[in-house]
Design a protein around this ligand. Structure first.
Ligand SMILES: Nc1ncnc2c1ncn2[C@@H]1O[C@H](COP(=O)(O)OP(=O)(O)OP(=O)(O)O)[C@@H](O)[C@H]1O
Length: 239
């Protein structure tokens, strides 16, 4: 079943066409990769899907519901969460308090502190941060801050998460650990993941399907092995 349906989405910033007629569908419980050089439009596409950027054209539906005109908080409560390239935890709060705040905000609608705490603890468990629940978020390593970002998205009750470069700046061992965690989230939680990643090996390994953007234009889409052999992709990456 298609959980996210993007049809002919376009976005211009003044004269710059950041996205041109972008269409794709993401099946529930799959990992969908977004690939493209710096400035290709990947983060803009995340912003449009999450309701932070209004597109100039096209339509998006999530779990069968059109997202047009919905605010980011409304989209979040429908079960669509995102992380940002630059991690933004509440540094002065503990790891657990960070996810409790998310649980109170999102689709899980945990109004009682006990429910929010349970949802938060589960999210920390899911990303392997449970042992660090009592630490201040600011004291975490970059790798664990990225994990906390994912946990915050999960704690909102997200069924689909948009992950923006969660591998950036991590060591090879940390990348392997993160890859394993994302596979487990898909397997055990049935989570659907849309992922932007410049760490190519990880993107190829993780993704069921990949969309390649070049200056806002979709140039290839398919399974990783098909996309890396695509003539247009080779031209853009290797000239
Ligand atoms: N708010 C904005 N105002 C004007 N131009 C913007 C804005 N946001 C993005 N752009 C431009 O739109 C284009 C696409 O940017 P975007 O950040 O989506 O690319 P990206 O593929 O995510 O790049 P990166 O891999 O570097 O994060 C770029 O040329 C960028 O400069």
């Amino acid at each position: 079943m298609t959980i996210l349906d993007v049809q002919n989405v376009s976005k211009q910033f003044g004269g710059l066409k950041a996205l041109q007629d972008v269409s794709f569908g993401v099946d529930e419980g799959t990992i969908f990769g977004l690939m493209g050089a710096n400035g290709a439009g990947k983060t803009t596409l995340f912003g449009v899907i999450a309701g932070q950027i209004r597109p100039n054209g096209g339509s998006i539906s999530f779990a069968g519901k059109p997202l047009a005109g919905q605010r980011p908080d409304q989209i979040c409560r429908l079960g669509l969460g995102r992380t940002f390239q630059i991690v933004r935890p509440f540094g002065n709060l503990t790891v657990l308090d960070n996810v409790i705040v998310s649980a109170m905000y999102g689709s899980a609608r945990a109004h009682r502190l006990a429910d929010a705490t349970a949802a938060g603890r589960q999210a920390l468990e899911d990303v392997g941060l449970a042992p660090l629940a009592g630490q201040l978020a600011a004291s975490l390593t970059l790798s664990n801050q990225k994990r906390l970002e994912i946990a915050r998205a999960l704690a909102t009750g997200a069924r689909l998460v948009l992950l923006d470069e969660v591998m950036a700046g991590l060591t090879a061992t940390e990348v392997a650990g993160m890859t394993e965690t994302l596979f487990r989230l898909r397997q055990e939680r049935g989570l659907t993941i849309l992922i932007i990643e410049h760490v190519m090996g990880a993107l190829m390994n993780l993704s069921d399907r990949i969309l390649v953007l070049d200056h806002g234009v979709p140039i290839a889409m398919g399974p990783p092995e098909q996309v890396v052999a695509d003539e247009n992709v080779l031209k853009v990456y290797f000239g």
